[in-house]
Design a protein around this ligand. Structure first.
Ligand SMILES: O=C(O)[C@H]1O[C@H](OP(=O)(O)OP(=O)(O)OC[C@H]2O[C@@H](n3ccc(=O)[nH]c3=O)[C@H](O)[C@@H]2O)[C@H](O)[C@@H](O)[C@H]1O
Length: 440
């Protein structure tokens, strides 16, 4: 008898210890009632599930909808999707001049991204930003840059370049003519601490973006940030685009070099127009706190000692420091001379443009001279701690030959380190005060 009761009642049998003969009818009634309840509960929760996971704000291709992804997405409310969001995206990307572009700027809350976005917007291009606001350095600075851009009409979508669904959606909402791809894991030395972040952003993220661009119709032209670090252990100076770049000294450099090779592949197979820009130690207002000139400034003001690297036999370590406004001009020049991609819907129709340019200053300065400039501007003596260049991926010097960029789009840097640092220090003091704040 017990077994038949168990057969009939699928759940919590202990609650139903009753005599079959007397309660037979009641049982059947309970059973059918429970079955209906269970059925409608399934329908109800099923509808809730469909509503939350299949709404436009969270639509994702099956490739990324593993259970862990789903739970992560359900915990973090999507910050994109919906009619209001699409309206904002369209308005930000709207071209406001006769010959303007519609540009997706990845890494728009980053240092170079913010300046480039503002410059494009100023001249009437439509600009939509994308940034994941990661905490590699103080996200508050990225938020402040975002606020700055918002005031000039640039909206930054919060998301990662690895998010295929988001990128796809952006290209559905806007027919971007250009992509200015500046999102990356930056920093040479940090690659030893967090190597995976470089693979995630600089390789996987770049490929993800190229996959979306190759399928877009029309395909955009892409200008993206490579790095002077690709020259690695090259000793021929000044560095020319024709020089060898097969000896990277850091994983950061290796991922940027990989990006250049990946760009070649997408250009070759799919007809994407691709221009890589090798930036040389870019500095200026709203800069990156992980860079030496930035934390030297902070530490000099605080009276903390600063490590100054020197190469073998007390040789100077030098950089071709390049001021942000000059780099922005280079970025715009590259965008303006970028030819259209030739493919559509993932198919190549003809040969497309593939370029690499150095964007440097062509006058390297020793790091110890940078410190002297900062001392003068800050009116404070630095506590110098000179030390041997650690084995951290840093190279002893960089020096750009910029004749190719000059020839192609008239690139001509005009700001020397003294002048540029003056502007940086003025911004730094107005933003952080003269050294008391410690939150960066
Ligand atoms: O051109 C690039 O493509 C790269 O430029 C930048 O790298 P770098 O040129 O290495 O700049 P940065 O770290 O400011 O060090 C400057 C100098 O200070 C020296 N340095 C550094 C730290 C220290 O404690 N002491 C020191 O002497 C150090 O040895 C170096 O000589 C970007 O960070 C990078 O993301 C990438 O864009």
């Amino acid at each position: 008898m017990k077994s038949s009761l168990m057969d009939n009642i699928p759940s919590t049998p202990g609650k139903f210890k009753m005599e079959k003969s007397i309660y037979n009818h009641r049982f059947r009634w309970h059973y059918s009632y429970l079955a209906k309840l269970t059925f409608w509960s399934f329908v109800f929760f099923g509808l809730i599930f469909v509503f939350f996971f299949k709404s436009p704000a969270s639509s994702a291709p099956s490739s990324i909808s593993s259970s862990s992804d789903l739970s992560r997405r359900s915990l973090k409310t999507r910050s994109w999707g919906g009619p209001g969001w699409e309206k904002r995206v369209k308005s930000s990307a709207k071209i406001r001049s006769k010959t303007g572009f519609s540009v997706l700027v990845t890494g728009a809350a980053g240092f170079v991204g913010t300046h480039v976005s503002a410059a494009l917007k100023r001249r009437g291009d439509g600009v939509l930003g994308l940034d994941n606001f990661n905490d590699y350095y103080d996200p508050a600075l990225k938020r402040a840059r975002q606020a700055l851009l918002e005031r000039s009409g640039v909206y930054i979508v919060e998301g990662d370049i690895n998010d295929a669904a988001l990128l796809k959606k952006l290209f559905e909402v806007v027919h971007f003519t250009h992509v200015m791809h500046l999102a990356a894991q930056a920093g040479v030395r940090y690659a030893m601490q967090n190597p995976k972040s470089y693979i995630h952003s600089n390789i996987a993220g770049f490929v993800n973006l190229l996959e979306i661009c190759k399928n877009a119709n029309p395909q955009p032209a892409i200008v993206w940030a490579s790095s002077s670090s690709v020259y690695g252990l090259n000793t021929k100076v000044p560095f020319s685009e024709k020089d060898r770049t097969d000896q990277p000294a850091s994983l950061y450099a290796a991922t940027k070099k990989a990006g250049e090779e990946i760009a070649h592949t997408y250009n070759h197979i799919y007809g994407l127009s691709l221009t890589g820009l090798r930036f040389f130690t870019v500095y200026g207002p709203w800069g990156r706190p992980d860079m030496a000139y930035f934390f030297f400034t902070k530490d000099i003001l605080k009276g903390k000692s600063i490590p100054i690297f020197e190469s073998i036999n007390h040789g100077t370590v030098a950089r071709d420091f390049t001021y942000i406004d000059d780099v922005v001009k280079g970025c715009l020049g590259a965008l303006d001379t970028a030819e259209k991609s030739t493919g559509s819907g993932g198919k190549k129709k003809g040969a497309a443009q593939l370029r690499i340019f150095n964007l440097g200053n062509t006058s390297p300065v020793a790091v110890s001279d940078l410190v002297s400039i900062l001392e003068r501007l800050l009116k404070t003596k630095a506590k110098r701690r000179v030390m041997k260049l650690p084995r951290n991926g840093d190279v002893p010097f960089t020096h750009a030959n910029i004749s190719f960029a000059q020839k192609e789009f008239g690139y001509k840097p005009t700001t020397d380190l003294q002048t540029g640092m003056k502007k940086f220090v003025r911004w730094y003091v107005s933003y952080y005060g003269s050294g008391k704040r410690t939150d960066h």
